[in-house]
Design a protein around this ligand. Structure first.
Ligand SMILES: [Zn+2]
Length: 576
């Protein structure tokens, strides 16, 4: 229970300093920015909103009345401190300065290359926002490239979901294309590599190919001449080989130190209906072949990718070298991973199949659609993704950092409402007919909710247990109440606005109270194991205003935190 405390001398000093800086920088000090800064440093003061506001109003008025020379003198006494704060700010923005060595303004083209084999997740957001930042820095272009040459995994549903999420994240593209639309062209390039003796058709089993790579030994097919390979390639494109019956391999070096270079597969056979190409093809290029070729012919100057691919850089350039195609520049950075969660497409698919989570938008996941459903804003995701910069040092990020960034964004705009977990009825005599207007947000003027009271209320059981006959307490933001009796319910009477330090009791009007379900989201995983308690549910009553909320709105329930209305029909909320 919050008991009114005076604002400390230290806090008053902080308010004074902030007001002086504000007045010096802008001509006069304003209350709201100071309130926001004080609360960000001392969140505990949220319980003392009223006294804090009064104190800020008083100090701001004092500072605004100072003659300019006095203001300058006072500013001067804090100047060193203000400067170091300024430097820190500059340093922070320098860390956010994204650049690529050698890139030129007006000549920068990059692409965001998702495979439509699942939903977009937080891990994708890092390359995406880095690419977007670089596009801005170099006045360049950002293309959307669907890397879709695995017919087994890919679906139109995933293409649509990516586009929806990208639009929601606020990233627009300068063009869009699909790897699978370039298959005939890729076949042509394969043919020219075969003619030059740089690729061969291999019909070894996948086990044998694996063994050969491990031992650094080539198979008999490596010795075939280009004529034989061309014939086998045209058989492969025809109907001669079933699934996995033949592959086209780069004629490279089977004893290369970089094992990626041990005659990697460029094309494989796979008979499966493709979501975009239907049954047109059964020979599909691998990522290692189609990506460099398509990047080059599409005019990409810069490839940004996570450093897991670094060993494949040599292969990327070898394919382009063999074809005599222009080579884009590759820049690598560390991948964004989230502690106690998963971003692997395969693992997410498995969890959905095992019914551990309910689809790609389950709020425990870190897909973009799950984060959106959880009330995470696009701006918070952008800020979070960019906060890691372009460095290569490995780090597993904590989702709490994203949630904190998000709270700073939603706090000033969310409606603050009362919520009672375990309701105990209270009858307050003399409260009939009182009309109350309550602010929807303590920091910003975003309007009011109004109640015509009938004397019947709910308070929390935990609060009612502490009441006894003769107590006078304050109904939060309303009036003072004298307790007459405490039993199954509480009988009390309104004793006016009152003053002084009093126990503050949250309440809601009984009439119109809305029964709600709150879903609390915890970590999806506990290390390698699924967390059985990743969702917990509680029930309770929100004040009547809640019935006017529409799905998707974010509120702050007093003592509970931020929630997003997920299901209007059953008034179910998800913790933000
Ligand atoms: Zn072979």
């Amino acid at each position: 229970m919050s008991v009114g405390l005076a604002i400390s001398r230290q806090t008053k000093g902080l308010i004074r300093k902030l007001a002086v800086k504000n007045a010096f920088d802008y001509g006069s000090a304003r209350e709201n920015p100071i309130l926001a800064k004080v609360l960000s440093r001392e969140p505990g003061l949220k319980a003392e909103m009223k006294s804090l506001r009064t104190e800020i109003e008083r100090i701001v008025a004092e500072v605004n009345a100072l003659p300019r020379p006095d203001l300058e003198r006072e500013y001067g006494s804090h100047a060193a401190e203000f400067e170091s704060e300024q430097e820190e700010k500059a340093e922070r923005s320098a860390r956010h300065n994204f650049s690529v060595e050698g890139a030129e303004v007006g000549k920068f083209v990059t692409r965001f290359p998702p495979e439509p084999g699942g939903y977009m997740h937080i891990g994708h957001s890092k390359p995406l926002f880095i690419e977007d930042a670089l596009r801005q820095a170099y006045d360049g272009k950002l293309m959307l490239y669907f890397d879709d040459t695995n017919p087994d995994n890919e679906r139109q549903e995933f293409v649509d979901a990516f586009k929806r999420d990208l639009e929601w994240l606020g990233v627009a593209f300068d063009g869009e294309y699909y790897a699978s639309d370039s298959i005939p062209l890729l076949y042509g390039h394969a043919g020219s590599m075969i003619k030059k003796g740089m690729a061969y058709v291999c019909t070894c089993s996948s086990e044998k190919i694996k063994e050969g790579r491990a031992e650094g030994k080539g198979c008999e097919h490596k010795e075939q001449d280009p004529g034989q390979n061309l014939k086998l390639w045209s058989e492969m494109l025809g109907e001669e080989h079933g699934d996995g019956g033949a592959v086209l391999r780069l004629n490279s070096n089977m004893s290369a130190l970089n094992t990626v270079m041990r005659d990697p597969t460029l094309f494989r056979t796979k008979r499966a209906r493709h979501y975009r190409q239907g049954d047109k093809y059964h020979v599909w290029p691998t990522y290692d072949f189609c990506t460099p070729v398509i990047d080059s012919i599409r005019g990409i100057t810069d490839v940004l990718r996570s450093k897991e691919y670094e060993l494949r850089d040599e292969l990327y350039f070898a394919v382009l070298g063999a074809l005599g195609l222009r080579k884009p520049r590759i820049t690598s950075f560390s991948r964004l991973e989230i502690a106690n969660n998963i971003t692997s497409k395969r693992k997410i698919r498995q969890m959905i199949a095992d019914k551990l989570v309910q689809g790609y938008s389950d709020p425990r996941l870190v897909t973009i659609s799950a984060l959106r459903r959880r009330g995470i804003t696009a701006n918070a995701i952008r800020e979070f993704a960019l906060s890691f910069g372009m460095g290569k040092s490995e780090s597993v990020a904590d989702l709490a950092a994203l949630l904190n960034l998000n709270k700073k964004i939603i706090e000033p705009i969310a409606r603050h409402l009362s919520f009672i977990d375990d309701p105990v009825p209270v009858h307050v005599a003399n409260a009939e007919g009182i009309e109350l207007s309550l602010r929807l947000n303590p920091y910003q003027d975003i309007g009011y909710r109004r109640y015509m009271l009938n004397g019947h209320f709910f308070i929390n059981a935990s609060d009612s247990k502490r009441l006894k006959k003769g107590d006078t307490v304050r109904f939060k933001d309303a009036f003072s109440v004298a307790v007459i009796s405490v039993g199954d319910g509480v009988e009390a009477e309104c004793v006016g606005s009152g003053s002084g330090n009093m126990v503050v009791v949250p309440w809601i009007a009984e009439s119109g109270a809305v029964r709600c379900e709150l879903l609390h989201i915890g970590n999806l995983m506990e290390g390698e194991r699924f967390n059985d308690r990743s969702i917990t549910r509680t029930h309770g009553y929100a004040e009547g205003y809640a019935s006017s909320l529409v799905g998707g709105e974010i509120v702050k329930f007093e003592r509970k935190g931020f929630f997003r209305l997920d299901g209007k029909a059953d008034m179910s909320f998800i913790s933000v």
